[in-house]
Write a protein that binds this ligand. Structure first.
Ligand SMILES: [Zn+2]
Length: 189
């Protein structure tokens, strides 16, 4: 987070234009004409640059007389613990992707409910935990297929699939190719 403490106004403005979610909690912006402040990711209409004022935190914006946006609720969300949960969840998924997914166990480790975990994860990464794990598995399978000397069945099991048909389906859904097509091309596809 430290390298982020000094973000130029220009960079902040780009984040506002792009509704960049990864800047949420790092700064807020108020719109002078409406008296409302938002998080960078707010999907409301992009204001005119000249009307925008940046704040480091929600408290400053409120102290300056701005009201929190009803759409992105910049005052309601406590970001840091959430980001921490996401980061820990990702770490767990990366080390356990080839085991059976047990979100109940993961959410208990993180001290949140399953539903909350899924909601947070989707909010911050655009993936559900299951989609995220599936992506890790397919990426890993691609690496192994490129090596060429491991059978597709072995790769399916090594990356956590219980059946070849499920492996084929997930692989094709994500890459557009079957594992055998990909293997034959040695990753050139
Ligand atoms: Zn907003």
């Amino acid at each position: 987070m430290n390298e982020r403490t000094r973000i130029s106004d220009n960079e902040k403005w780009q984040a506002v234009i792009n509704c960049a979610r990864n800047y949420d909690s790092l700064f807020f912006y108020g719109v002078k004409t409406t008296g409302i402040f938002c998080r960078p990711s707010c999907k409301s209409k992009t204001p005119i640059r000249g009307n925008v004022i940046f704040f480091n935190n929600a408290a400053n914006a409120i102290a300056s007389g701005f009201r929190p946006c009803k759409r992105c609720c910049p005052d309601k969300i406590i970001f840091k613990p959430e980001l921490e949960i996401i980061k820990k969840a990702k770490d767990i998924f990366h080390t356990t992707y080839n085991k059976q997914v047990n979100l109940q166990y993961v959410s208990r480790q993180l001290g949140v409910s399953i539903n909350h975990l899924i909601k947070l994860f989707k909010q911050h990464t655009d993936f559900t935990p299951i989609q995220y794990i599936s992506k890790i598995r397919v990426d890993k399978a691609k690496e192994l297929l490129k090596q060429g000397d491991i059978s597709i069945l072995e790769i399916a099991y090594a990356t956590g699939y219980k059946s070849l048909s499920n492996f084929y389906k997930c692989f094709k859904d994500q890459t557009g190719y079957t594992p055998s097509e990909y293997k034959k091309s040695r990753g050139e596809l």
